[in-house]
Design a protein around this ligand. Sequence first.
Ligand SMILES: N[C@@H](CCC(=O)N[C@@H](CS)C(=O)NCC(=O)O)C(=O)O
Length: 232
Amino acid sequence: MLTLQVFAPAMGQKSPSPFAMKAIALMQMSGLDYQIKPGDPRKGPKQKLPVLIDNGKSISDSTHILAHLKSMHGFDPDKNLTPEQLAIAEAFRRMVEEHLYWVLVHSRWVENGDIVRDVFFAAVPSLMRKFVFRMVIKQVKSALFGQGMGRHTPKEIYAFGAADLQAIADYLGDKQFFFGDAPTSVDATIFGMLDSIVTPPLDTELKRAALAHNTLKAYHQRMSDHIDLAEL
Ligand SMILES: N[C@@H](CCC(=O)N[C@@H](CS)C(=O)NCC(=O)O)C(=O)O
């Protein structure tokens, strides 16, 4: 039995991480028998979640999980894509995971820190919580600054996010999925990010930018239905 370790459900999401939601989408698309379990990133091989456990072996990183599903379980959602489509998928994946992700991090941790603190650190006694959160937020801000996104004003950060969402909506157009009638791995990536932007009950400029696109709203719903999200 395969076990997918992710952060426990929170803020209306099956797991409050775009990478965990991407991995859940991939597992659902694969049709493989698997279970979802809450994990602890500190115990994982790369101190991040998601992690897939297969026969005692831990596979960390959603991209490596997809590669493992392809090589070990014969699940390849991209097998019918042309080299040109694979190149487009790779570019969008990087945009979502290495750029739009940091806009999400800003919107959650910097602009909604109080809510995130009380949800993600609910298990920490309230007296300790502010202290623990102060340490964590320092690390998050340092990561945002190091990556570069944290050097911009909120207005500039959200303009970057809106441009990424516009590019996704424009490429998607009136197609069912990113490359037509069948979802591929880039749909799992984009779905994971959209779910993390629109599902939590946070009023963020990034969420408003996403919901302004009817295409993206319908696409998020279509992917949720396709992977049977409500049944999980
Ligand atoms: N490249 C990784 C990114 C995973 C990642 O950044 N996970 C974050 C949550 S969104 C995490 O586990 N953070 C815990 C930490 O940094 O302590 C993937 O695709 O799985």
